[in-house]
Design a protein around this ligand. Sequence first.
Ligand SMILES: [Zn+2]
Ligand SMILES: [Zn+2]
Length: 364
Amino acid sequence: MRTARAAVLAAPGRPAELREFPVPAPGPGEILLETLASEVCGTDVHLRDGRLARVPYPIIPGHVSVGRVVEANDVARDAVGNPLAAGSVVSFFDVHATCHSCYQCLVARQPNRCPSRRVYGITYSAEEGLLGGWAENILLLPGVRTVVLPGELSVDDLIGGGCGLFTGFAAVDRAEIRLGDSVVVQGVGPVGLAAIAFARISGAGAILAVGEPRARRDLARRLGADESLPLAETDADERVGRVHAATGGRGADVVIEASGNPQAVPEGFRTLRDGGRYVIVGHYTDAGSVPVNPHIDVNRKHADIRGQWGSEFHHWTRALDTLVRYRQRMPFADVIGRRYRLEEANDALDDVEALRVTKAVITP
Ligand SMILES: [Zn+2]
Ligand SMILES: [Zn+2]
């Protein structure tokens, strides 16, 4: 039987290692991909460090990936009805097995909180097969929402945005940005950059980004921020002052927290105007607690605080459609800092952790 190499995180706190897996013939409803690219993001660093709960190590990481169809067994259309066949270049929604029959799915209508959901590259064990992107092949199980990449989009357009593209889109959706709204984006990693880009084409007014390092702030400007404020050379009072100066002294209509740093949250409240909307999306792992004053920050401020956990399939397809239409204004391919072979997976993780690259990509 043919085998495929994969980078595996065998246990929390251990570096990635190469392993070989048998390549299965796809069963009914399954699709076998040859991997073209898979992203590396902050979540993968957390996975190596063991900072995510309920991860079934050993795992093959890689949740957002692009591949070429080797064989599709009894699948002739993608999730939005376009023809799919051997040779098609596809990506897929990493969230799988949402049940559509539990309380969260049916009544609360929050399928992103469905307890049955599984995520490629995060909650599938390597013992279950090639269900992560850092591998020469990926097996798409029945029901995985697969989409043939529109001809206008390159692999890099999508993978340069990575999962941040969809999470950032979901955060902007959650913020319900109105034409002319001033927006502060805290954090200029992939989620923050995507939030800036989608806020810009949503018709936001002033957009201010806050974060490090400088290369990412430059990308923030290219993707639509009017101003990008450094963390290193300013203190919170100065940054809050800048936001108030740019918003007539009121504070921002919308603040999107995409930094993952708990310290950003008290500052976010201070930059938010009375009655503004604060979307917290950057805390995919538990990085600790911070004090919030219920009177000043929330009640008297009449603040509208919204959490956003990952994304849903409709965010995923709408983000892709938007990227096709506005790709000239969204140069996500330029966010890619470096490409790494499978055997360089630890270098990729080290570079992402040290912020040496904004988006790292595994090309097996
Ligand atoms: Zn469910
Ligand atoms: Zn990711």
